[in-house]
Design a protein around this ligand. Structure first.
Ligand SMILES: Cc1cc2nc3c(=O)[nH]c(=O)nc-3n(C[C@H](O)[C@H](O)[C@H](O)COP(=O)(O)OP(=O)(O)OC[C@H]3O[C@@H](n4cnc5c(N)ncnc54)[C@H](O)[C@@H]3O)c2cc1C
Ligand SMILES: CC(C)=CCC/C(C)=C/CC/C(C)=C/CSC[C@H](N)C(=O)O
Length: 434
């Protein structure tokens, strides 16, 4: 491509290089991608998990794997095994995206991308709740209430009213086989940014404006986009042919104005779910969870069911801890997710002792409310919106896929390669090609 293009802001074909959402705090990511050379996986410890209903634990893992299978079967019959198979079936279809992208196929909307991977079944998942999807697939209400709901609460801060597709992604995120990068997931982005030879301009974009400029002396004009941004050198403007927006276009996240577009760019931002992550270095109050003797409390992750009395979504030990001083001391660092900031009184209930508390509110991911209508991927002739994909499911890998799709789409639209956009039956077409 000979045109000038700009990616606002994180990620040059990669999402999640961000400072907005927590590259260092993200525990698990890049589900299918291999690690880049020179990067390693941190040696953390996976602990035991319990599911708390506000009064007692309805399920507690033990260190004896076989016993866990027996307990799962006793409580939920074959639901757990069937769920693993159900999620794998969804993921098997989903990973076709890597083949399609390897053959340079692109999609002009998030819905078209989802449809190409899983047809009407995936569209139905998008348009109904995970509860409805799982009920239709024959899962029991007890299993949905006690296992599925807590997973949705820890991953998306919402219940089983979220759409079926993001629900399946969330269940995949609760499985094994996920990993993070030693030193922070941002290292993936740092390495790829370096390899791409892109020239980042650290700045805050204020506005994007459609503008015209004379093309040579012919009197003809050409359309361009003027990006105005604030950097350490003050407010500056540059002209671009193609723009890729890689941040949620939500006024409280990225307050960017679209000027002079005819017709005007409508407001399509969706509500985002606020979630507070609180990191506490201290000892959990085991009595609160029904264990008066702390030495008998083995859990390092507590998931919660829906209960209006509960003021936390989840509590888990952070492992490993990078802060050497904290790691060397006896007590762990706990990560608490809650809908609202924790008060001192709530912290005093949850922890028997603590010496530091750090809290960070996030506008973390969309507030899902199926049936979903995704924001457009093509906002204007040559303006693309990577974060449209978050309406299907918000996760680092989803942003990376969407970023690659936006790059392919921008290329094909620039060169009029319609044969590479929104093609039907790719599965069949690629079968015969191989
Ligand atoms: C607490 C928490 C835990 C999570 N855990 C996981 C996990 O374990 N695994 C997982 O896959 N996902 C996880 N996620 C979701 C994940 O963070 C997002 O899906 C991912 O960050 C999306 O990446 P992105 O690059 O599309 O957007 P973002 O990460 O939001 O990046 C947008 C970037 O744009 C920049 N920006 C915004 N406005 C402007 C402007 N006007 N000018 C210039 N730059 C601007 C921001 O500073 C930021 O760098 C988690 C999210 C939260 C909040
Ligand atoms: C995109 C696919 C197929 C899989 C991604 C699965 C995944 C990692 C989902 C979780 C995404 C998410 C928004 C997690 C938020 S919080 C949970 C996190 N594990 C934490 O404890 O910080």
């Amino acid at each position: 491509m000979t045109s000038r293009s700009v990616v606002i802001y994180s990620s040059w074909l990669l999402a999640s290089c961000a400072t907005a959402r927590p590259h260092n705090l993200l525990s698990k990511y890049l589900f299918f991608s291999p690690l880049l050379p020179g990067l390693s996986v941190p040696k953390g410890r996976d602990g035991l998990m319990g599911i708390y209903n506000g009064e007692e634990f309805v399920f507690e893992e033990s260190s004896w794997t076989l016993w866990n299978y027996v307990k799962m079967f006793w409580n939920y019959g074959l639901n757990a095994l069937r769920m693993t198979m159900w999620v794998e079936e969804v993921l098997d279809k989903f990973i076709s995206i890597y083949r399609y992208q390897a053959h340079d196929f692109a999609f002009s909307s998030s819905e078209a991308l989802l449809h190409a991977l899983g047809g009407a079944a995936f569209m139905q998942m998008l348009n109904q709740t995970i509860e409805e999807s799982m009920q239709e697939a024959g899962f029991s209400q007890k299993f949905i209430r006690e296992i599925v709901t807590p997973v949705m609460r820890v991953n998306y801060g919402q219940g089983v009213g979220i759409n079926g597709f993001v629900g399946a992604v969330s269940l995949a995120g609760a499985g094994s086989g996920l990993w993070s990068v030693e030193g922070g997931n941002k290292l993936v982005c740092v390495g790829l940014l370096y390899a791409s030879k892109a020239q980042p301009i650290p700045s805050t974009v204020i506005s994007v404006e459609e503008t015209t400029r004379p093309r040579g002396r012919s009197g003809e004009t050409m359309k361009l986009y003027q990006v105005t941004y604030n950097s350490t050198f003050g407010v500056t403007s540059d002209l671009y042919d193609i723009i890729v927006m890689a941040t949620p276009l939500h006024r409280k996240i990225a307050n960017i104005t679209f000027r002079n577009f005819k017709p005007p760019i409508p407001e399509f931002s969706k509500p985002y779910q606020e979630i507070v992550a609180t990191f506490v270095h201290g000892n959990i109050n085991t009595s609160f969870f029904g264990y008066p003797d702390p030495s008998t409390f083995q859990l390092s992750a507590i998931f919660t069911m829906e209960n209006p009395k509960l003021f936390v979504n989840s509590i888990g030990v952070v492992s490993p801890v990078e802060d050497k001083a904290k790691a060397a001391e006896g007590s762990p660092v706990w990560k608490v997710f809650s809908a609202r900031p924790l008060t001192k009184a709530q912290l005093d209930v949850l922890f028997s002792s603590y010496d530091s508390v750090e809290s960070k509110p996030w506008l973390a991911y969309p507030h899902y409310s199926p049936p979903e209508q995704c924001p457009p991927l093509v906002i204007h002739d040559h303006v693309y919106y990577v974060n449209s994909i978050e309406c299907l499911a918000s996760a680092m890998e989803m942003s990376a896929i969407s970023a690659k799709n936006a790059a392919l789409l921008a290329h094909h639209r620039w060169y009029d390669r319609t044969d590479k956009i929104d093609q039907e039956d790719l599965h069949e077409k690629l079968k015969t090609e191989l």
